[in-house]
Ligand binder design. Structure first.
Ligand code: ATP
Ligand code: MG
Length: 283
């Protein structure tokens, strides 16, 4: 067994039999820095959310999930530290795009819109304020650059590259998943403003939803209770820790030593709140 990826948050192991194990740790990044202190249960929350969405969307698309039961995994993973944060998945031929779905006028799209520029092939005739819900969500892919930052591209670019049939299928599938999950979260007090999906192809060339799905690490979650059009809504989960970093002049500081226990506890509480609101039960 080989560890193939140690990402900012997750560890990926290749079982070299067509399957992989993904472990979601309690690491957190803020202002592009991985903080030295773990956020209690964060990985378990992300894992539980992804698993919940995989189940909710299984009629829309196949997904890579094989099992979340440690007993189905190699014995190295059968210990308490992996419980609730580890999944066994089908290893896919990944499609080299991050499929971003945006439901709200925000971030880089809002910046372009304010200047009157089209955003990755999308022009808006309607007037929007910052953080306003779009009439219809849109898809803007980005290519996974081997090094450095991802490059945003138009939907047409992706369709030309992958072929219209596969490109259109990805677009339709991503929108259908986003809409179904958006509705579910909105009913439960969380606005999923935007998100990114990753897809792969299985041995039959079928499209399969992979990676993590609709977690606060791969999406913008806003609190529906405090959300206001025309403002910049705070991130549901990272707001507290970002405020603390800013207040202490540590935003983006790669040498930060430690995050105090009360800030960790408050942040952990927000992750628990996310999973409770969305799945209806705490971990
Ligand atoms: N079913 C799958 N088959 C093959 N590869 C997969 C599958 N699911 C996810 N992946 C890939 O596994 C990797 C997971 O790595 P991870 O996201 O943790 O780190 P990263 O993308 O390198 O960095 P970051 O922390 O910025 O996301 C990604 O490259 C993703 O595309
Ligand atoms: Mg990733």
């Amino acid at each position: 067994m080989k560890k193939i990826i140690s990402g900012k948050v997750r560890e990926v192991y290749d079982l070299e039999d067509g399957r992989m194990v993904i472990v979601t740790t309690d690491r957190i990044s803020a202002f592009d820095v991985i903080l030295p202190t773990m956020i209690t249960d964060k990985g378990k929350v992300l894992n539980a959310l992804s698993n919940f969405w995989f189940d909710l969307t299984k009629d829309i698309a196949k997904n890579h999930m094989i099992s979340s039961n440690l007993k189905d995994m190699p014995k190295e993973f059968q210990s308490p530290e992996f419980e609730g944060r580890t999944i066994l998945v089908k290893k896919l031929k990944m499609i080299p795009y991050e499929v971003i779905v945006r439901g709200y006028m925000f971030g880089s799209m809002y910046e372009a819109y304010k200047k009157g520029e089209p955003f990755l092939g999308h022009s808006f005739t309607k007037k929007y304020e910052q953080a306003e819900k779009l009439d219809e969500p849109i898809v803007t892919p980005s290519t996974k650059a081997a090094e450095g930052h991802d490059i945003n591209v138009t939907l047409d670019y992706m369709k030309n590259d992958l072929g219209n049939e596969l490109g259109s299928k990805i677009e339709k599938t991503a929108l259908a998943i986003y809409k179904k999950c958006y509705e579910h979260a909105a009913k439960n007090g969380i606005i999923i403003a935007d998100t990114k999906f990753e897809f792969g192809l299985d041995e039959n060339g079928e499209l399969v939803l992979a990676d993590e799905v609709l977690t606060p690490d791969s999406s913008r979650f806003w609190n529906a209770e405090t959300y206001k059009v025309g403002t910049s809504p705070a991130s549901y989960d990272k707001q507290f820790i970002r405020d603390w970093l800013k207040a202490n002049n540590l935003a983006g500081d790669p040498n930060i030593k430690e995050v105090p226990a009360d800030v960790v506890a408050e942040t952990s509480k927000l992750y628990h709140e996310c999973v409770r609101k969305i799945t209806g039960k705490d971990l």
